[in-house]
Design a protein around this ligand. Structure first.
Ligand code: C2E
Ligand code: CA
Ligand code: CA
Ligand code: CA
Length: 275
């Protein structure tokens, strides 16, 4: 620590300083990234277990940084949320995903992850209406994935926003189900269309003594509430077999496909012409 010019005591740790600079640099780069068209969406398909059909794709954001290469979302989304950049970035994601999905067969939906700050922006509904209109995508083919974080804060406004979106025909999924403290109470507060069972439960399937029982319970819960249940992070045939046996309706994971660029996804989609 040292005294600065104004006579106040400041901590000075070189290591901390480097981290702060890296963060600041990343933030500055992120502010330019939209205009420089450095963001891309990859898509990961979801497979329905009853008829083996591809029912939807989740849009996952990638940042092609000019010097650092592809940066995964875990490395920049938390910062984007902190500094408010997630609002314009999230808008780009919704608009691009709608444009892309308008090219897919009409049976395939597109799912977009939405952060709490986008709900707080106060113009999420208008933005989505505008994105749907601009792309020509029907509202029923857009799905929003929200985590508990969205419902935790500012509950009333968020629920009202969700209901307005639902009235438009947009679908709403509960993401990372089971990881928070009150996943169950959120199922009570809003009629989600889909429950996405967090990857950690799928990972536990073969090893944890009650792994199968937990998946079975969530699948049963979804069934009685009329919600689709998607198991996330399915990597092996064994996991797939168990998930099917426990009654989940859909799967998503590397076993089906990694998230892929649009051109690659187009080759995986059913060949039905657009209608
Ligand atoms: P998420 O919404 O839970 O997305 C699923 C993550 O699991 C993705 O990571 C996906 O690539 C990964 N994954 C899928 N299948 C498998 C598998 O079989 N095994 C393993 N090990 N992983 C699998 P990704 O793309 O790195 O995204 C991480 C998180 O970043 C997402 O978690 C989501 O919370 C956030 N994110 C991504 N795109 C966006 C976005 O456009 N907006 C917002 N707000 N958040 C986003
Ligand atoms: Ca998600
Ligand atoms: Ca998830
Ligand atoms: Ca997650």
């Amino acid at each position: 620590a040292k005294l600065d010019g104004r006579g106040t005591f400041r901590f000075f740790e070189p290591e901390m300083d480097v981290r702060m600079q890296t963060r600041r640099r990343l933030e500055l780069d992120m502010r330019q990234a939209l205009a420089r068209r450095e963001f891309v969406l990859h898509y990961q398909p979801q497979l329905n277990l009853a008829n083996q059909s591809l029912t939807g794709c989740e849009a996952l954001l990638r940042w092609k940084h000019p010097e650092r290469g592809t940066i995964p979302p875990a490395e920049f989304i938390p910062l984007a949320e902190e500094v408010g950049l997630i609002v314009p970035i999230g808008e780009w994601v919704v608009r691009q995903a709608c444009r892309d999905a308008a090219l897919w067969p009409s049976s395939v939906t597109v799912a977009v992850n939405v952060s709490p700050a986008q709900f707080k922006s106060g113009r999420l509904v208008e933005m989505i209406v505008s994105a749907l209109a601009a792309s020509g995508l029907p509202a029923s083919r857009l799905e929003l994935e929200i985590t508990e974080g969205v419902l935790l804060q500012n509950n009333e406004h968020t629920l009202e926003t969700l209901h307005r979106l639902r009235t438009l025909g947009v679908r709403v999924s509960m993401d990372d189900f089971g990881t928070g403290y009150s996943s169950l109470s959120y199922l009570r507060s809003f009629p989600f269309d889909k429950i996405k069972i967090d990857r950690s439960f799928v990972k536990d399937l073969a090893t944890a003594p009650d792994g199968d029982a937990i998946i079975r319970a969530i699948a049963g819960l979804g069934r009685s509430l009329g919600m689709t249940t998607v198991a996330e992070g399915v990597e092996t045939e064994e996991q797939m077999r168990r998930i099917r046996a426990e009654g989940c309706t859909d799967v998503q994971g590397y076993l089906i496909s990694r998230p892929v660029p649009l051109e690659e996804l187009m080759r995986l989609l059913p060949q039905t012409p657009q209608d």
